[in-house]
Design a protein around this ligand. Structure first.
Ligand code: NAP
Length: 261
């Protein structure tokens, strides 16, 4: 009989960036699948509200841990926060997405993208994976974006960071699957989240709710390396990536990011 999700990826999961939006949806989906949770984000009130609702409704253990993933001591912090918990699944969801021309953005914003969306998922995987490899089971989920599949003007640093996550996750998929650890990168299209609502003027074609993206991404664990939830988004990824010249892909992305603020 195939192992249940909780047998394969439990008993604990950690979600980085879980105080709202897609991270909260991942937490909800994982609690429904019977995993205890360690939730990370900076805003204590929002994080605790997510945790409290899951404790009340899903009957799992939930620890809410305030943590800035951009901090240089992240490896030590993660090791301390997960000590004593058998973490079988790590979801790296957090991102920082400054919008606008590179020459007009403060340098600190641009390097923060690297801290939150490149350095931190790398540290996250490096801290969590060894125990999974030792147990011969586990999973890692990295959130990327269709914006990371080609150049994306006005979100250059974010798009570059999301491209890193695709290639990094594919590489880990190749390394870890033979050792029992499943890796999947979710190259999502637009997702209805507070972050997206603040940046966009309305739903882009193919926009999905956060719960759908979380469920489809978790369902893809074991089938990786990359999943794109939603048929419209998969078609867009195929047409953009396989059929159009690179210059045209970048021009299309430029049109879709010109309305972001
Ligand atoms: N929304 C979309 O349309 C879309 C499309 C494609 C891909 N994605 C990807 O999906 C993921 C989630 O997107 P989202 O729209 O839900 O993002 P979001 O609204 O910006 O939320 C991100 C979460 O990460 C946390 N976070 C951000 N920076 C953090 C830091 N330095 N330390 C700790 N926690 C931090 C936030 O909590 P605090 O502020 O409380 O720390 C929040 O819980 C991202 O990786 C994004 O790139 C989103």
């Amino acid at each position: 009989m195939p192992a249940s999700f909780a047998e394969k990826y439990g008993p604990w999961a950690i979600v980085a960036g879980a105080s709202e939006g897609l991270g909260a949806a991942f937490a909800e989906a994982l609690a429904a699948r019977g995993l205890n949770l360690i939730l990370l984000a900076r805003r204590a009130d929002k994080l605790e509200a997510v945790a409290e609702s899951l404790r009340a409704n899903a009957g799992v253990e939930v620890r809410a841990e305030v943590c800035d993933l951009a901090r240089p001591d992240l490896a030590t912090t993660l090791a301390a926060l997960t000590a004593g918990a058998e973490v079988g699944l790590g979801v790296y969801n957090a991102a920082f997405a400054p919008v606008g021309a590179l020459v007009e953005r403060p340098l600190e914003d641009l390097t923060r993208v690297i801290d939150v969306s490149v350095r931190a998922p790398l540290v996250f995987a490096r801290v969590l994976a060894p125990a999974m490899v030792a147990r011969g089971r586990g999973g890692l989920v990295l959130m990327s974006s269709l914006a990371g599949c080609q150049g994306s003007p006005r979100i250059a640093a974010y798009a570059g960071a999301k491209a890193f996550n695709i290639v990094f996750g594919e590489s880990l998929w190749g390394e870890l699957r033979l050792r029992g650890v499943d890796v999947v990168v979710s190259a999502a299209g637009a997702v209805r989240t507070p972050g997206y609502a603040a940046a966009a003027t309305g739903d882009a074609p193919g926009t999905l709710d956060a719960r759908t993206v979380a469920e489809r991404t978790l369902d893809a664990l074991g089938n990786g390396p990359v999943v794109t939830p939603g048929a419209t988004n998969r078609l867009a990824r195929f047409v953009m990536g396989r059929l159009l010249p690179r210059r045209m892909q970048i021009a299309i992305m430029a049109r879709s990011t010109e309305g972001l603020s």
